[in-house]
Structure formats: C-alpha cells, structure tokens
Design a protein around this ligand. Sequence first.
Ligand code: B12
Ligand code: SF4
Length: 381
Amino acid sequence: MKTLLVQSWLGRTQHPVAPLGLLSVASSMPGSVEIVDLNVSNDPLRMLTEKLDSLKPDVVGISLRNADTTNAFDPYSYLPAFLKQVSIVAQRAPRAEILAGGAGYSLFHRELEAVARVISAGTVGHYENSIAMPSWDLIDLEPYLPFQRNLSIGVEVSRGCDLKCSYCVYPSLSGAHKQDKPPEDVRTEVLMLRARGVRHLFLCAPVLNHRPGRAEEVALAMAGTGMTWEAYHSPLGFSQTYADLARESGCTTVSFSPDGGSDSDMLALGKDFTTRDMETAVENAARAGLKVCIGLFPYLPWSSPMSMIRAFIKGRKWGAIAGTGLARLRFGAVRRLPGSSFGPGRPALHGAVPSGEFVLPGKPWVALFRFFRAAFEKQLG
Ligand code: B12
Ligand code: SF4
C-alpha cells in the first residue's frame, strides 16, 4: 500500500513549519509512506498534482494544521485553499482513500466533511495512541533551516493538559491525559536534528513546566546538545533556579500566556496562577537573561471599558518588567472555537473569519482596543 501524506498549502506565503504532525502519523502507518509539504514550493498546487500523478497513491492523508490564524487583526482563513486541495486530490487520484487530520481539521471536521464528502470520516485528534518519535528521515530539512528563529522546527516533548482554561482547545484536541516524551528520547531526537544542521528548536508542549521537575528534566536533556530552544511556560513555579538552569541549557526565550490582565479575569478564565506569579516569573526570566513573550486578552465578555484598559496597562507593566528582554507583547482577542466555553465557533469556508467569531468590544470601544493595542505593542514590542 502506498500512502502520500500532504501538509496542506496555507493559501498564501508564510514561512514553512516542518510538518511535525505528519511525521508523527508516518511513524505508525503501515506500508510505504511519502510526505510532501506544499508550503516549501513556489507552485504548491502543481507540486500536488505532479506528486499524485507520479506516485499514484492508494491513500492520501492531508493535514490541516490550522483552520485560520485565530488573529482578529489578520482574520485569514486557511480553509478555502484546503478545500481546493481536497478537490484536486479527489480528481487526480479518484481511487485513493482520502484521509484528513490535524488540529484545524479536528476543530471543524463536521463542517468540512459536510462540504467535502470525499474525506473518510473518523480521523479526528491524534493518529497514534501515544506520543511518537517522528519519522524525520522522510523530509528534507533544508527549506526550514533559514526560519528556525521563527520556530519552523519543533520537537514534541509533552502532550495533553488536565487544566480547563475556559477559552482553550488544547485539552479537547489532545486530551486531558498528560504524556511526556522521556528525556533520553528528547535528547536522542535533538542530537539527530543537530547532526542534520538544526540549531534552534521550539519544544512543543502545552506548557513545558506542567508538573514539578518536568521542565528541569527537559532542560538537562537539552544541556550540551549545542541546540538553543524556546517553549511555552506557566509562570507557576517558574523559579530563579529554573530560569538560570534553562538559560544555561540553551533556552533563549520563554512564552507566558496569562491571558487575563487581572486576578479576577484570570480566575474566571480558569488560570491556576495570579498576576503576582506573572510578575515573579517575568522578573526571574529577565534576571536570567531570557527573552520573554507575553500574550493576553484585554477584553473578555464580562469586561467593562475600564477593566479592559486596566488589562492593557497590566500587560504593559509585565512588558516593562522584562525590560530589554521583552521579545513580544501581544494583545489578542479570543477566537471562538468548538470545544471551548467561548464556542461554538464557526469555520470560515469562504473568505476571511467574520469579526463576530472573536471576543471584541462593540463600537465605540473597539476603537479604544485598537488604539491601546497599537500604542502598547509598538512601545514595547
Ligand atoms: C506548537 C504549536 C505551534 C508552534 C509550532 C512549532 C513547530 N515548529 O512545530 C508555532 C508557535 C510555530 C505555531 C504557529 C502557529 N500556530 Co500553532 N500550535 C502549536 C500547538 C500548541 C501544538 C502543535 C503540535 O506540533 N503538536 C504536536 C503534533 C505531533 O500534533 P499535531 O500537529 O496535532 O498532529 C497530530 C494530529 O493532529 C493528527 N494529524 C495531524 N495531521 C494529520 C493528517 C492525517 C491524515 C491524520 C489521519 C491525522 C493527522 O495526528 C498527529 C500526530 O498525533 C497547537 C495546539 C494543539 N494542542 O494542537 C497550536 C495550533 C495548531 N496553532 C494554531 C495557530 C492558529 C497557529 C498559527 C496560525 C498562529 C499565527 N497566527 O501565526 C501559526 C501557524 C504556523 C504554520 N505555518 O502552520 C491553532 C490552530 C487553531 C485554528 N483555529 O486553526 C492551534 C490549535 C492553537 C490554538 N490557538 O488553539 N504553533
Ligand atoms: S491554556 Fe494552557 S494550561 Fe490552560 S488548558 Fe490550555 S494548555 Fe492547559
């Protein structure tokens, strides 16, 4: 049996991200498997047709990693391009079984299956039963190397989350059961990537320090590999000792998502830490010489204009604590998605994601949101 796994073209030029999901799928697929990432081609649709014509696969698996950007200020939908690719596959390989998967597909699989009936149902969520060692040998890493600092190459170190932050879809995508890749497997994978020319990695995990001691064991696995790295972290338990260890092990940047800008917003969102924890974590990171990224949603359905402004100010304060270490301060708007309490969320099958799919204030306060966002991101971003 011949399987072709396709990382779907995003429909516009964005730097490519190595297809970690498909590499993991490939590791547990029977028969011969080939992977193409259409995002590394100057002519993606032609690449797709040529590959289908030459390989004549029995199975075509298409990965839709993102349905849209989740960004209210760049509400681009990846779905029109995805649907076009599905129809090309159906035309050029009429006898092949068509599977689809990936986070974007899993979120909106019902709507996508309704408009693209050629897709075989039942491929939602993770393909394998447990966290996999990806088949890295199936792709050429050269196209991704120039974009490593844009996080184009990632190693999955943990999967699943047992918290229930109300807007978040990670537990619905990966489950509440937490799985950790053993540190020795992380090291083996990292050393293999290093030997293939990779120098900087994103360590994929909902948050790296999801239990006491976990981030430390990953940092020790990274130490001495010659690889620099970054990862999402919770501020909870982000001590000075850990920040120093992370820095020594090659960590350059840590990302925090307090999401709320006040203790009451964070509590309402289901966060298990406070604004004080955020301050301490940012201080510790900056003192260790780590760069810091911070993302929050200043406006939530229960916000007033004043509480929204206070959240912007809090975000700016955290940014100021990071000082010259601030790499990014992002003020976003929650994208309503299925599986979160802000849902149901609808896919944008044609055109851009409508503004009603984001949690933003109505007129005239949305203008104030835009003003603060532009002013504060610009000053500190
Ligand atoms: C880590 C991460 C990133 C990292 C990636 C680093 C790297 N080099 O790998 C960075 C920060 C770069 C990133 C960027 C973006 N991300 Co991101 N990312 C994630 C995250 C947290 C994990 C993804 C991951 O690698 N998982 C590990 C792999 C092994 O799992 P997987 O990809 O899901 O694949 C498995 C299954 O989906 C399935 N599968 C996948 N493909 C297929 C195909 C078939 C045929 C089958 C059967 C099964 C199958 O099996 C795989 C193995 O188990 C997810 C959230 C999540 N929990 O999924 C968001 C997530 C996918 N990202 C998201 C978004 C929006 C983005 C951006 C568009 C953000 C932006 N505005 O720029 C960009 C897009 C980048 C790009 N070009 O694709 C959204 C998508 C939501 C949506 N509405 O579509 C998610 C869900 C987060 C969220 N906000 O909710 N991301
Ligand atoms: S925001 Fe982070 S900690 Fe909260 S549920 Fe999502 S992945 Fe878990």
